[in-house]
Design a protein around this ligand. Structure first.
Ligand code: 3AM
Length: 177
């Protein structure tokens, strides 16, 4: 990674099959004027870090490489809407214990690296689009089953006027299902 500060976050990224299902969902909710996430940007945020310099980046990677967390399956079964940021999202009704454990242990590690703990309760979701019109919470006709076998450290930046989420590093989860 070049030596300049970067805006980083930990995330889960869907495999091509799950990504395709999420893209289909975006099409189902097609809305003029909404800012639809590009397929390669679809993700589930685990922890948002903000701006990080090179030295801290290395410390964070070391911390992440020491985690021994289990793989799991996410069942994305409903969509919903947050009014203030106008975000349409897709989410699991149930947070698998290994996901809760991964997020908790990531934040434990981040705190030991000097980050301020996240104040808001963790709400797993995949943002489908921003600037969306109001949508009622809705069960999906068919659930999206997402096998999660690794997590990634992402760099959020603008390139040629478009938002890019670029993976800088990834780590496996143990005994992934
Ligand atoms: O995964 P989503 O799309 O919901 O909203 C930002 C995005 O979330 C969130 O981090 C993800 C990758 O950019 N984000 C941006 N700024 C943030 C902040 N200051 C933030 N989350 C918490 N605090």
């Amino acid at each position: 990674m070049p030596h300049r500060n970067k805006r980083l976050f930990f995330a889960l990224r869907p495999d091509p099959q799950v990504r395709g299902q999420l893209v289909q969902l975006q099409r189902d909710y097609n809305q003029p004027g909404a800012n639809v996430h590009r397929a390669e940007n679809l993700h589930m945020t685990l922890a948002f870090l903000g701006m990080v310099d090179q030295r801290r980046y290395e410390t964070i990677c070391h911390m992440a490489s020491r985690l021994k967390e289990s793989g799991f399956r996410l069942r994305l079964d409903h969509t919903g809407y947050w009014r203030r940021p106008k975000i349409l999202w897709c989410a699991p009704s149930h947070t698998p214990q290994p996901l809760a454990s991964l997020v908790t242990h990531l934040w434990d590690g981040l705190e030991s690296c000097g980050f301020e703990p996240e104040q808001r309760a963790y709400k797993p979701h995949v943002t489908l689009m921003r600037k969306a019109a109001t949508v009622r919470q809705q069960q999906l006709k068919s659930e999206i089953i997402w096998p999660v076998s690794h997590f990634e450290l992402m760099w959020s930046h603008n390139k040629d006027g478009a938002l890019h989420y670029e993976s800088l590093n990834r780590w496996p989860l143990v005994g992934s299902k």
